[in-house]
Design a protein around this ligand. Structure first.
Ligand code: SAH
Ligand code: SF4
Ligand code: F3S
Length: 481
């Protein structure tokens, strides 16, 4: 769970009489980005933000559905607000994000004190929805709580924000969604249901948004998409009047986006989350090679290292196809580092399947790994058609073993940098030790070193002296060393 506390340093103090907003954000970076958009829009309308939930006039939850645990946590937070609402009836409580999309109006039956449910393509109307709740409360015709409830969960609309009406709240690190939705159908996954079909943002809009963010202080932009490297696949073909680019069938591609963003003065680093192996193209690899601002780190989740499991997951590739794509990528960007997500205990996963996953993780050498225990999600193919037959204890054991393997791999890979000097983008001061700064290498890997906080926001060479599975430590090297 992360509450949103991102604030622009340049932001003026709000008048003390301003209504106050508090947003609680669960889930992935897309949700963090969406929360910032919503926060920016409320601020543009004169709201202040507060870190103290009890002080808020509007409390929003941006929710996640990817595993059951994420949804239950939201309901438990909502439950805690029941008394707050009784004590302060003018409070407005809204639920947005993937759970709002998936569960819809049923949220009201478990949490009757919620006022607004707004799905993943409707949350941009949150300010208007809050205004409407207030109007309904003032109207004798609609004074009863149930008449004040609003639901907006249509998923056809595209998400659009008018930047002129917003305050930028992202600080030095900005997120920017270049596409939304997912057109794939992995059998375990709820995301296509909650996020809808792929909609890519036109390149000119992305560039304008990035320039706006940089003009407001952003130095690092993380490009977001559920399958970020499928960017542009939904655009009309050039012969049908669509824009041209270097993507498949002549459409604009993520590579084109990177090449345009590379030219923005003041933008220091570009990162991307998350890729699907099926869309890993030579064009993208070449753009990563050619754009010095793009981290040499790509999250390309494998999910499993057994072809039988990959087939049952309907991931759309075999381990061999993954190897081939990777060979192409490493040929073009030899020093690229990779991240992966893994699901253990998928229906039918045998010991041999799991061993194949361990071996594949090691063979590829993923430096960052997120491991999840399979969780059947309602309405997905795997939940409906496959038996969740791997016992919980086995899932737990495999989870632990894969994490241990991941640590070994990361220790080896990060160890390779000891003795080298790497360029590091300096991000922040350590919470624990004010003399230590944290940053990321051009390979997206955490590096710490002693230094002056004026270095924050710059790129400097650091001579790496030590490494663990979770990061590297070094000393600032002379610029010409
Ligand atoms: N779009 C991303 C994944 C988004 S969900 C991609 O395709 O890689 C983030 C991660 O949650 C997934 O990569 C997967 O590892 C995990 N996940 C998704 N559904 C899950 C489920 N039902 N049970 C366990 N883990 C799941
Ligand atoms: Fe889910 Fe698969 Fe789409 Fe990723 S690619 S969001 S795992 S359906
Ligand atoms: Fe969760 Fe939705 Fe993101 S399900 S992981 S918040 S796309």
């Amino acid at each position: 769970m992360t509450t949103t506390r991102f604030q622009s340093a340049a932001e003026p103090e709000q008048a003390s009489g301003a209504p106050k907003l508090h947003i609680v954000t669960f889930g992935c970076q897309m949700n963090k980005y969406d929360s910032l958009l919503v926060e920016g829009k409320f601020k543009g309308q004169g709201y202040a933000t507060t870190d103290v939930m009890a002080d808020a006039d509007v409390i929003l939850f941006n929710t996640c559905s990817v595993r059951d645990h994420a949804e239950e946590r939201t309901f438990s937070w909502l439950g805690e607000l029941k008394h707050a609402k009784q004590a302060k009836p003018e409070l407005v409580i809204g639920v947005m994000g993937c759970m709002a999309q998936r569960v819809g109006e049923e949220i009201f039956s478990r949490a009757g004190h919620v006022d607004i449910v707004a799905g993943t393509r409707k949350f941009q109307h949150m300010t208007a929805l809050v205004d409407e709740v207030r109007e309904r409360r003032a109207d004798p015709e609609t004074w009863r709580a149930r008449d004040q409830r609003l639901t907006a969960t249509g998923i056809e609309e595209d998400v659009e924000f008018e930047r002129g009406a917003m305050n930028y709240t992202g600080g030095q690190h900005a997120y920017l969604a270049v596409m939304r939705g997912c057109d794939l159908n992995c059998t375990y996954c709820i995301v296509p249901t909650t996020r809808g079909r792929v909609r890519s943002k036109p390149i000119d809009e992305i560039v304008a948004e990035a320039q706006w963010m940089v003009s407001q202080g952003a130095k690092v932009i993380t490009l977001l998409g559920q399958t970020v490297n499928s960017y542009g696949e939904d655009f009309p073909k050039p012969e049908d009047g669509g824009a041209t680019g270097s993507g498949r069938q002549g459409r604009p591609s993520l590579g084109d986006v990177l090449r345009r963003l590379q030219t923005i003065d003041g933008l220091e680093r570009i990162r991307m989350i998350t890729m699907h192996p099926a869309y890993l193209t030579q064009d993208l690899a070449e753009a990563v090679r050619d754009c010095s601002k793009v981290d040499r780190f790509l999250p390309i989740p494998a999910q499993a290292g057994s072809d039988d499991v990959l087939r049952a997951m309907k991931r759309g590739y075999t381990t061999d196809l993954y190897r081939k794509r990777l060979a192409m990528l490493r040929e073009i960007v030899p020093d690229v580092e990779l991240g992966s997500d893994w699901i253990v205990g998928f229906p039918g996963e045998t010991d041999a399947d799991f061993e194949a996953t361990l071996a594949f993780a090691e063979e590829v050498g993923f430096v960052v790994n997120y491991v999840f225990k399979y969780d059947p999600r309602p309405t997905t193919h795997a939940a409906d058609e496959l038996s969740d037959d791997v016992p919980t204890a086995v899932k737990k054991d495999r989870n632990k073993r894969l994490l241990k393997k991941a640590e070994e791999i990361a220790t080896l890979r990060l160890g390779r940098y000891v003795g080298q000097t790497v360029d590091v983008f300096v991000e922040e001061r350590s919470d624990k030790n004010p003399e230590i700064l944290h940053g990321r290498s051009v390979h997206g890997l955490p590096v710490s070193f002693a230094g002056d906080e004026r270095l924050i926001g710059t790129t400097i060479p650091v001579a790496i002296q030590q490494a663990s599975a979770y990061g590297m430590h070094g000393v600032v090297a002379a610029a010409n060393a």
